[in-house]
Design a binder for this molecule. Structure first.
Ligand SMILES: [Fe+2]
Length: 309
């Protein structure tokens, strides 16, 4: 795969941070994504975490998700372990493992799990919201998982894309050992003598951004639903039934349209097709928020991009 070849392009759909348990319209947003991915006839779909709690009321989300008949993949987000452990959400979603890899078309894909905090030099799985008390020591890709990643990359000669919930790059809210992860990716590319790892996609921050470091593209996938603004920035103009059913909605800047991306990988290029929307109600700055999260302006947008490799 290290030379220009006439391989057919691969297409996949990405949706991040649905937050079904905050939003009043999670099913409609997911349905819009699935409908679009069917029309686009993508090769697979993937969601980047903070999807839905594994409770009976959320089975509507699984039913909609399963309307896409092709391969479907999940990434674990921190909030997916707010009320349960990893095994419970894995079983609910039908995940083979909490980190794993797969091939599609002529490409290789890796799903990582950064939902660990460090306590007395031990990595501890997020579990029933335990991580809320350990904000300064999270998140991490544990040593064992990093070694698995190194071994997994050494076994493939395909261009590779990595998915994670938390950023593998962002200095504000990315994984703490991001420099070790990046070094492993650079080493894999040097050993291969071609750009093996071409891109990393993450959710979690609900921002729209892309940066390139040592030829590897790090892409922040905006939430399909909202940005969390928190106390002091409430917008509470929703109808009473929404306010009572979804009390946390007032703390978010909601996006008017569901956001997601369609990604096409062609030889030497990653093409991202995004969506431009707008905020429901006043924009974050109009609500007194500084309007910036993790170093980037809050927007109701996923930017369309062409990234070369
Ligand atoms: Fe998250």
């Amino acid at each position: 795969m290290n030379e220009y070849t006439t391989v057919p392009p691969l297409r996949f759909g990405v949706i991040a941070d649905l937050h079904q348990d905050i939003m009043h319209d999670g099913p409609e947003r997911l349905q819009a994504f699935i409908d679009r991915m069917k029309v686009a006839d993508v090769d697979f779909i993937i969601q980047l975490g903070d999807f839905c709690f594994p409770i009976p009321e959320n089975e509507v989300i699984l039913r909609i998700w399963n309307l896409f008949e092709g391969p479907k993949f999940h990434v674990l987000g921190n909030h997916d372990m707010d009320r349960n452990d990893k095994l419970e959400i894995q079983n609910y979603l039908g995940m083979p493992n909490h980190y794993y890899s797969f091939d599609a078309g002529t490409y290789h894909f890796v799903v990582l799990d950064a939902n660990y905090y460090k306590h007395e030099d031990q990595y501890v799985d997020y579990n029933n919201g335990n991580y809320y008390a350990h904000g300064e020591q999270l998140p991490y890709i544990p040593d064992e998982q990093l070694q698995w990643l190194i071994d997994d990359l050494s076994r493939t000669d395909r261009h590779t894309i990595i998915f994670s919930h938390q950023s593998l790059h962002n200095p504000t809210d990315g994984v703490r050992n991001r420099d070790d992860v990046h070094a492993a990716l650079v080493a894999a590319n040097q050993a291969a003598e071609f750009p093996k790892v071409i891109a990393c996609f993450n959710g979690h921050n609900h921002i729209d951004a892309a940066i390139t470091r040592d030829g590897i593209h790090y892409i922040e996938v905006n939430s399909t639903s909202n940005q969390w603004l928190g106390e002091g920035y409430e917008y509470d103009q929703y109808e009473a039934s929404i306010r009572s059913r979804r009390p946390a909605m007032k703390y978010v800047a909601m996006y008017a349209d569901p956001l997601y991306m369609t990604v096409t990988i062609a030889p030497n290029m990653i093409q991202i097709e995004g969506i431009q929307s707008e905020f429901v109600g006043p924009a974050p700055r109009e609500r007194g928020h500084e309007g910036i999260v993790c170093g980037h302006e809050i927007t109701a947008t996923i930017t369309s991009r062409h990234l070369m490799f």
